[in-house]
Design a protein around this ligand. Structure first.
Ligand code: RB5
Length: 150
């Protein structure tokens, strides 16, 4: 996997430990990242961290964002409300790969209370290694993104 920009990482307290495990994994892979917090298991509000992570993608500062909370669900709900963000909450590698190939997802959401660090790192690999296929999928994404105006 080769990216010209870093991967954004953000988590709430429920995803903090998983975020740290993913950072160690990305270090091993030599993949650059930017950590937008949180920095401990002290209770915080996941929307605040979804916003900072997604803004880094919206601004073009980061290539993709990985968001961790307890379930990954709250992060994905927030991320999918942000302009231009296509987030997928994944607990399996197949969905993580296909959401890049078909949905051109730019946000991966993971649940620190759902998946262990080992599986989460495999999910991250599947997400980062896959490439958008374009073609008929772009037509569908154009329709999807038009929903933001409804
Ligand atoms: C925090 O307790 C928890 O609600 C949050 O991490 C996440 O699971 C929300 O979807």
């Amino acid at each position: 996997m080769q990216f010209d920009k870093p991967i954004a990482l953000a988590a709430d307290h429920g995803g903090y430990e998983l975020k740290e495990a993913i950072k160690a994994h990305l270090d091993e892979l030599g993949v650059a990242y930017e950590d937008f917090g949180t920095d401990s298991t002290a209770s915080v509000d996941y929307p605040d961290y979804a916003v900072v992570g997604c803004k880094a993608v919206q601004d073009g500062r980061c290539a993709l964002v990985i968001l961790c909370c307890g379930t990954g669900v709250g992060m994905s709900m927030c991320a999918n409300k942000m302009q231009g963000i296509r987030a997928c909450c994944c607990s399996d590698t197949f969905s993580a790969e296909l959401t890049r190939r078909h949905n051109n997802a730019n946000a991966l959401c993971l649940g620190g209370r759902v998946v262990g660090a080992g599986l989460a790192c495999k999910i991250v690999d599947a997400f980062l290694n896959a490439e958008f296929e374009g073609g008929r999928h772009q037509t569908r994404i154009d329709k999807m993104m038009a929903l933001q105006n409804q």
